[in-house]
Design a binder for this molecule. Structure first.
Ligand code: C2E
Ligand code: MG
Ligand code: MG
Length: 734
């Protein structure tokens, strides 16, 4: 009984002891597990193959994940990995959502400055540097390297290991590589496992691993230094201790032996660039070629349709519609051309058709068209208006052209049948309309054709055959334009144009005070032609500037020569009203001439005709003022011959008035003219302007002018315009 009691007491004691032990174990386990065995590990995801998101399962995976998983499981945890949302692990330390964070090389302070603790080393990770090409790196302690900013913790460890190193952090690997390529850093540093992945990218093939710079860093998990975290770290350490090297190496090998990198779109583009670039160029050129071809085909079709609509099927020349259109086009695009529009008709065509058959008549028409167009340029056109009526738009470049056309086209045509042994002479009537500058502006082909037709009718009715002009005076004018404007360049080159001088005198002393330069043209075909003829023509065709520039240059050459000989003169040159245009800096041109020939500006007096000021006052006054600012003398030419007004005398800033004596010699009451001139001279004097009278032909005129206060004179009474040699002699004599 006593034994039984003792046994019962012993068993109660053992039970109590067991209960106590169980309670103790439960408390211990509660402390370590934080109520649960799940461990939340914060990891980055931008470091394949160490930490990354599996593209298929969308789960966090990698060497680091697997190492931690096995270590934690050895320690009795079930792990869950959470991708850290903070920029760096240092920031993540302060986030209570993670039980522990990885990776860390060593314990560092959190971003808020709290101390941290780290686990035992999970594995030694190799770190290495990558350079652009095989660049020689300075010693690691002196180099400047780039790292990912998410590796800020690692960067701190590196800095502890190599205090001399310079580190710049970049947000992405692309930025790291850009900085390396731009030479901002000597090398990039990262985990070798990560490099083995990153460098698979085709466009990084220029980056080279530097094996000599390899060093290893610890790979640990870390957390803030708190009692709870210390328990976790201690428990994890038991798991880490249990991991054999072989197991760790197997994990590493598993990830590093796989090709984890998958080419993205741009990688493919980069990889196949040598095919893609020429391929794309070829494709683009191909498309351009096709588009061009399509357009060409379209144009050809349009051209064909136009041909059908606008061509005469019998002769191949244009029909009335086509001819009208072409004439409009040509007159619009070639305003510079002198054109004749002719209308021709075979008087006895009806007889030919009836006696020799239609086929022969058709042959004749084809012959005519072919003979005419054979001599044409692109700027000419021929049209068959109806039956045997043809119209031609012909450009004429010289006056002999009518004769040439007569010989080459009309003569063979007239003799068409006689040349073929038949006794018929063709009778051709032609009416010609010489196209005027006005026609180029208001193009009305119907009207022009009517004029030519009217002239043709006149030939048909009055004469038997031949041609007649509707407007012969325009034809004469046209010929003159061709002879003058068309020939000007050759005349300037060939020395046909000379500069003559007409001396100006001081009547009281008889001294030559200056001269006016006047151009003279001995035309190769027309002989001497008067400026009164060629100046207006050149003004009309816009070529006067070419002539004037030539004259000004020649005058400046003469002035320079005289200066060199110690004879300083002043010469007046004429400036045409059409020389002064917005796009021509006339004052600048004269200034350049004085520089070129080393002249004083007051040696040039620039004559601008009075009428020019009336036509375009604002712009002319501006130019005159600028010329005077440069120091040139400006003269108002032909004063009194046109529209002189008191207003103009007030507004126009000239130095000298050149009074035209026509006023004195013209019709009307001479006495009144004298009174007016006397008063005008007084007024000019009072206005502070100088005065010269031109066209002085008699002693009486000169005496009168002197008497009323005008001393400077120019005119036949003193000298006529003369060649430069004679002028120099005349000057020397005085
Ligand atoms: P203009 O500028 O009024 O020149 C004076 C004109 O009067 C000159 O005619 C001259 O020979 C003429 N003349 C001079 N004294 C007398 C005289 O006592 N009696 C008569 N009846 N006439 C006299 P020219 O040389 O035939 O020149 C005519 C016009 O042609 C000039 O009139 C001028 O406006 C212009 N001209 C001449 N050469 C040039 C030039 O190189 N460029 C420009 N733009 N125009 C020029
Ligand atoms: Mg003049
Ligand atoms: Mg004059």
């Amino acid at each position: 009984m006593k034994v039984m009691k003792t046994l019962k007491r012993c068993s109660i004691f053992i039970l109590c002891l067991l209960s106590l032990l169980r309670w103790e174990l439960t408390v211990q386990s509660d402390l370590g597990n934080n109520d649960t065995d799940v461990l939340v590990v914060g990891v980055p995801a931008d470091r394949c193959p160490v930490f990354y998101l599996d593209p298929e399962t969308k789960e966090t995976t990698g060497i680091g994940v697997d190492l931690m998983r096995v270590a934690a499981e050895e320690a009795g945890y079930s792990v869950s990995f959470k991708i850290i949302s903070e920029k760096t692990n240092k920031d993540a330390l302060d986030n209570p959502e993670y039980d522990i964070i990885m990776p860390f090389g060593s314990a560092i302070k959190s971003s808020s400055g709290k101390e941290s603790i780290v686990t035992e080393n999970l594995i030694q990770t190799p770190f290495t540097m990558v350079t652009k090409g095989n660049k020689n790196l300075p010693a690691i302690n002196e180099s400047h390297i780039g790292m990912l900013s998410s590796l800020a913790g690692g960067a701190e460890t590196v800095k502890q290991l190599y205090p001399g190193i310079g580190i710049t952090l970049y947000d992405t690997m692309q930025e790291c590589v850009k900085a390396l390529r731009a030479g901002e850093v000597d090398a990039l540093m990262h985990n070798s496992y990560v490099w083995s992945y990153v460098l698979q990218k085709p466009s990084y093939s220029d980056l080279k691993v530097q094996p000599a710079t390899m060093f290893s860093m610890d790979f640990r998990a870390g957390a803030l230094n708190t009692p709870e975290k210390r328990v976790i770290v201690d428990r994890l350490n038991t798991g880490i201790d249990k991991l054999s090297d072989t197991r760790k190496q197997a994990i590493v090998l598993d990830y590093t032996s796989r090709r984890l990198y998958q080419n993205d779109f741009w990688d493919y583009i980069f990889e196949y660039r040598f095919i893609l670039v020429p391929g794309t160029i070829f494709f683009v050129l191909f498309v351009i070629g096709i588009v061009h071809r399509q357009r060409a085909i379209h144009r050809q079709q349009e051209e064909k349709i136009r041909e059908l609509k606008e061509r005469d099927p019998l002769t191949g020349v244009l029909n009335l519609e086509g001819f009208t259109k072409r004439v409009e086009e040509l007159l619009l695009t070639h305003p510079e051309n002198q054109y004749l529009l002719s209308f021709s008709n075979i008087k006895n065509f009806k007889f030919i058709n009836e006696s020799m058959g239609r086929e022969t008549g058709d042959e004749l028409l084809r012959f005519w068209a072919q003979k005419s167009t054979a001599t044409f340029s692109d700027e000419e056109a021929m049209g068959r208006i109806t039956g045997d009526r043809f119209a031609v738009l012909r450009k004429f470049t010289d006056a002999e052209q009518m004769g040439i056309d007569e010989k080459e086209v009309f003569e063979p045509l007239r003799n068409y049948f006689t040349d073929r042994g038949k006794e018929i002479q063709l009778q051709i009537c032609t009416g010609v309309y010489a196209i005027t500058p006005e026609d180029h502006k208001n193009i009305d082909v119907d009207r022009m054709l009517d004029y030519a037709r009217m002239a043709e009718k006149k030939v048909r009715e009055t004469l038997k055959t031949g041609y007649e002009f509707y407007n012969p005076e325009q034809w004469e004018k046209g010929k003159q334009i061709v002879d003058i404007s068309g020939h000007l360049p050759a005349a300037l080159q060939g020395g046909e144009i000379q500069v003559w001088y007409q001396p100006q005198v001081d009547y009281t002393s008889g001294i030559i005070s200056g001269a006016e330069a006047l151009c003279r043209w001995k035309h190769a075909k027309l002989g001497w032609i008067s400026p009164g003829v060629f100046i207006p023509t050149l003004e009309e065709t816009g070529m006067i500037f070419d002539l004037d520039s030539f004259v000004w240059d020649k005058v400046c050459q003469d002035l320079h020569r005289w200066n060199m000989e110690g004879k300083r003169h002043s010469v007046s040159v004429n400036l045409s009203r059409s020389d002064i245009r917005e796009d021509r800096n006339i004052p600048g041109i004269f200034y350049e001439l004085t520089k070129k020939y080393d002249l004083d500006p007051d040696q040039l007096r620039i004559e601008i005709t009075e009428t020019a000021y009336v036509e375009n006052p604002g712009f002319l006054i501006k130019n005159t003022s600028e010329l005077r600012e440069y120091g040139f003398q400006v003269e108002m030419d032909d004063f009194g011959s046109g529209y002189s007004s008191l207003h103009m005398l007030k507004e126009v800033p000239v130095d000298r008035i050149k009074m035209d004596l026509h006023f004195l010699t013209g019709s009307g009451d001479m006495e009144k003219s004298r009174i007016i001139i006397t008063q005008v001279i007084k007024m000019i004097d009072l206005l502070g302007m100088k005065l010269i009278a031109e066209g002085v032909e008699t002693k009486a005129q000169a005496d009168f002018l002197e008497e009323i206060g005008c001393k400077e004179m120019q005119g036949y009474y003193f000298y006529k315009p003369m060649p430069v040699d004679d002028f120099e002699k005349a000057w020397d004599k005085v």
